[in-house]
Write a new protein. Structure first.
Ligand code: COA
Length: 182
């Protein structure tokens, strides 16, 4: 197995056209359809990194602040930010484009976690990730804290073991800004 791979080796760009069957009664893209596309583009990125079968283990909270209209072209870009043992964090960015109006806006970003598995569905080791520019390095560094938050919320890690996550909140320090209870 290759021991380490560049972030760029897992990059995937997928383009979709919002058709009537993808929309809600307001003629905007349904959230579930967008999540389906995100899952696919991210799974392909995880497969490219690991050269394995992958399964979705987690999808971080996605907020739907920008509706995407019928007829828009949706571009989804995914790349693996960091891997651990068998799991990989994938960063997904989404843009919506109204080509006749010449307008393109970034609408969503999300982090999904995939686990590489063998033919029996058992987790299997994956290559590590080598970030090669400041943006990739920032995503790589943050991936450890996001993993800890995910695992704590899934009750797979004790908050006490989430050392890097705790360090950004200073949980161990008394909160001097908090108002005292009366
Ligand atoms: C994901 C899955 C393979 C994990 O299997 P498991 O027996 O719990 O294995 P482990 O405890 O050894 O965990 C394996 C990896 O998954 C990660 N993982 C498990 N649950 C996770 C979660 N909720 N969030 C993030 N990562 C998770 C672990 O951190 C571990 O990562 P690491 O190897 O990099 O340290 C298993 O739960 C599964 O098959 N789930 C169903 C996947 C699926 O069907 N997805 C489609 C959803 S409809």
């Amino acid at each position: 197995m290759v021991k380490q791979k560049l972030v760029s080796e897992s990059e995937v760009v997928m383009t979709e056209l919002v058709l009537p069957n993808d929309t809600n009664p307001l003629n905007n893209l349904m959230g579930g359809r967008l999540m389906h596309w995100m899952d696919i583009v991210a799974a392909i990125a995880a497969q490219k990194h690991s050269n394995r079968i992958v399964v979705t283990a987690a999808a971080d909270s996605i907020s739907f602040q920008h509706p995407i209209a019928l007829g828009n072209v949706v571009t989804l870009k995914a790349q693996v930010t960091r891997s651990f043992n068998s799991s990989m964090e994938v960063f997904i960015e989404v843009w919506a484009e109204d080509i006749p109006a010449n307008k393109k806006v970034k609408t969503h970003r999300a982090f999904f976690t995939f686990v590489a598995v063998d033919q029996n569905g058992r987790p299997i080791e994956v290559p590590s990730v080598k970030p090669s520019n400041p943006e990739e390095e920032e995503l790589y560094a943050g991936a450890l804290r996001r993993r800890q938050l995910r695992l704590v919320l899934a009750k797979r890690m004790s908050p006490n073991d989430a050392v890097e996550l705790k360090s950004i909140f200073n949980f161990d320090e008394p909160d001097k800004t908090a108002k005292k209870d009366k």
